[in-house]
Design a protein around this ligand. Structure first.
Ligand code: NDP
Length: 396
């Protein structure tokens, strides 16, 4: 008997709902979001009265508490936006509910994300015997679980970690983001950062890039970004001397991004227009294609993995572990593209790990702190098979 509450009915929420509906470990499932009609549409596509729906404003702790008191979930999967992480965690504490998310907290008025806000909840979750699982999408998520698996099975000491994220899909639109445009553009336009010799090294936005070769895809220009799992991984694997994150972008995408910034449409402060206050980036989101709508015409694959160098039995070794996911196959199964799919599958599986008692511990944890084995044993059959390569040229 386990009751699951999913909050957020976007691309990722759609995949979580599809995957959870197929998993018998969840006896009762509710999908709640700001717009109930979107939840109803997803529930109808899944069918069989498997998913109940509700409207909730996840910025309001009171509304969340009322919903949790009436539905009585064992765990919440938060796939709304990172702005809602803390209100949902507050409501979980008040109602005695466990928590899982895929993106760390970000204040709305500052493009800045770090784990400190959520790590600060550790003692309160622990005192109530509750578990909060942070960052259980693909990256963060599987990227950190791959790292934990490498540390457990293949290395005595991980020294160099490069997380490489390639989307080689083509959706036929001049410009669109693959997940929430506001969150995506805020992330990419920030300064870059990587970990080296015990400290963070800052770079300009997308300043460093190199050609990397991705399996079944080929060479793609890959840009160094700051990404949230770097913060927890260097803490949880202190032997790491250097940790970096790379993501591919096409020239067309980068040109649009530069224009968006140059004309002020990436601003996150309020401006007055015709007597109404608007945030330019939020307005831009309203006119850009909905990431959920990209799926029907999306071809090609994503490839995300970890390239690792370190020591095993006193000898240096290299290791590459990755998953490739096909946009068309993801769409056929869930009606969404591979970026939503690769995020939603791990979130649903992580919640299943928890309710089955395979991941446990009171407090707030990043995914690499749990046993990677049961999770990776099932990830392939859930739709995200993974591949390992040993002693190869990592290119990084
Ligand atoms: P979408 O914008 O498609 O969906 C977000 C959903 O949350 C929408 O249904 C939206 O409602 C709902 N929502 C927003 N604000 C509230 C609120 N105050 N109360 C209730 N519901 C609300 O985003 P995605 O599905 O693409 O992304 C979901 C999450 O997944 C994000 O946090 C994103 O950062 C994360 N992510 C993580 C990745 C990873 O690998 N770890 C990769 C990709 C995404 P409405 O429909 O009314 O707007």
């Amino acid at each position: 008997m386990s009751r699951l509450l999913i909050i957020g009915a976007g691309g990722v929420g759609t995949v979580v709902a599809h995957k959870a509906a197929k998993n018998e470990v969840f006896t009762d499932i509710m999908l709640a979001s700001r717009t109930k009609a979107k939840c109803d549409e997803i529930a109808a596509a899944i069918g069989g009265n498997r998913i109940q729906t509700a409207r909730v404003d996840a910025d309001s702790v009171q509304e969340l508490v009322e919903l949790m008191r009436s539905f009585k979930p064992d765990i919440v999967i938060n796939v709304a936006l990172p702005y809602q992480d803390l209100t949902i965690m507050d409501a979980c504490l008040e109602c005695g509910v466990n928590y899982l998310d895929t993106a760390n907290y970000e204040p709305k008025d500052e493009a800045h994300f770090e784990y400190s806000w959520q790590w600060a909840y550790h003692d309160r979750f622990k005192a109530k015997g509750l578990t909060a699982i942070l960052g259980c999408g693909f990256d963060p998520g599987v990227s950190a679980i791959f790292t934990a698996y490498a540390a457990k099975h293949h290395f005595d000491e991980i020294q160099y970690l490069d997380i490489v994220d390639c989307n080689a899909g083509n959706h036929g639109k001049a410009f669109a983001t693959n997940f929430n445009p506001e969150i995506n553009i805020r992330e990419i336009t920030q300064n870059g950062r990587y970990w080296e010799n015990g400290q963070w090294v800052k770079t300009g936005p997308l300043e460093i890039h190199k050609m990397l070769t991705y399996p079944n895809i080929g060479q793609r220009d890959s840009y160094l970004l700051y990404h949230e799992e770097l913060e927890s991984l260097v803490k949880n694997f202190p032997t790491i001397k250097r940790a970096r994150f790379w993501m591919t972008f096409g020239q067309e995408y980068l040109t649009h991004l530069r224009v968006i910034q140059d004309i002020g449409m990436a601003r996150i402060d309020e401006v007055e227009y015709n007597g109404v206050k608007i945030v330019p980036l939020q307005f831009l989101k309203a006119v850009l294609p909905d990431p959920k709508s990209l799926g029907s015409n999306y071809h090609g694959q994503t490839s995300i993995g970890c390239r690792i160098r370190g020591l095993k039995d006193g000898k240096e070794r290299t290791y590459y572990i990755y998953n490739n996911c096909d946009h068309e196959a993801a769409y056929k199964e869930t009606g969404t593209q591979a970026v939503s799919y690769t995020t939603g599958v791990p979130a649903a599986l992580g919640a299943a790990m928890f309710v089955r008692g395979l991941w446990k511990g009171a407090g707030v944890y990043n995914v690499e702190q749990f046993d990677p084995d049961p999770f990776l044993a099932e990830l392939g059959e859930q739709g995200l098979p993974w591949v390992e390569k040993f002693d190869i040229d990592l290119e990084v």
